[in-house]
Design a protein around this ligand. Sequence first.
Ligand SMILES: C[C@H](CCC(=O)NCCS(=O)(=O)O)[C@H]1CC[C@H]2[C@@H]3[C@H](O)C[C@@H]4C[C@H](O)CC[C@]4(C)[C@H]3C[C@H](O)[C@]12C
Length: 324
Amino acid sequence: MCTALTFNSSSHYFGRNLDVELSYNEEIVITPRNYPFHFRKMPSATTHFAMIGMATVVDDYPLYFDATNEKGLSMAGLNFPDNAHFFPLHDKKDNISPFEFIPYILANFATVDEARHALTTINLVDIPFNASLPLAPLHWIIADQQQAIVVESTKDGLHVFQNDIGILTNNPTFDFHRLNLSNYRQLSASNPTNSLSNKIDLPAYSRGMGAIGLPGDLSSASRFIRATFMKFNAVKPTTENLSVSQFFHLLQSVAMPMGACEISPHVYEYTLYSSCCNMDEGIYYYKLYNNSQIVAVHLFHELIDCSKIIRYPLQHQQQINHIN
Ligand SMILES: C[C@H](CCC(=O)NCCS(=O)(=O)O)[C@H]1CC[C@H]2[C@@H]3[C@H](O)C[C@@H]4C[C@H](O)CC[C@]4(C)[C@H]3C[C@H](O)[C@]12C
């Protein structure tokens, strides 16, 4: 499972947990402005916005999981199995394959409004990258510094939802998660008063009782609720380091320790990485399951006018600060 979220504090932040049972040899990849994106059914983009994100590189092509472009527009793909449906070629539409979707949107657009407009003519076409990398059944969150949307291509067509929560998890469809939130409207960060009965003495024996009923399990429905509760109650720090730290705490509240989610005997889904991208400064921070140190890669520290992708392998070594 996965969880993506936006958070505005000292800057604007976008990130996600990638929860899965295996690695795809992902790394941090910067695609500079002059890297030629050759789309299967659309004209190539030879100059475009630069972007930074997590991707698997195959045949010099960045297969992004999530990324942010130089304007701050950000996008992440999350599993949407059984619901995701991609269509045959449509000769009156802009045919984009799911693996091209993040590059296409981030290469061409600066804002969610621009992306939303482009989506009116996009057909997510069922062309896989190659025979060994089939279509990934995803839905996507697209966010800028002001707003977010969700894109879901299902059997009945392409749906674009305004996402006023700025959170996405997995199945079922986004409209379910949005409505399901109403079931939790009684949750509170402060201790509740006794509204059960004024005839019974019900002492608040602990702090945190306003969150009794907050689902603690790992299902996508529960992670959506938990991430929303944490995000909307989160204090907004005023410095970069504290904001990044706060962001990773929000993601940690919906992360998966290895062993808690068994998908087949002795195979576990776990949080491979957590990311937090500063959308204003183009800084991609990440943590790995076995390296809790925050690593940062800066888009604007590179020559973003060049034409070759720039790759930073993930730093898997745990960094422990032994102080005696
Ligand atoms: C499995 C990942 C999503 C994680 C997630 O949401 N898990 C939830 C599990 S579930 O709710 O319980 O089903 C997705 C996110 C991005 C995906 C990758 C990106 O789309 C890039 C390429 C696309 C190719 O078509 C397939 C390989 C791939 C490299 C994808 C592999 C895999 O499907 C990824 C890594």
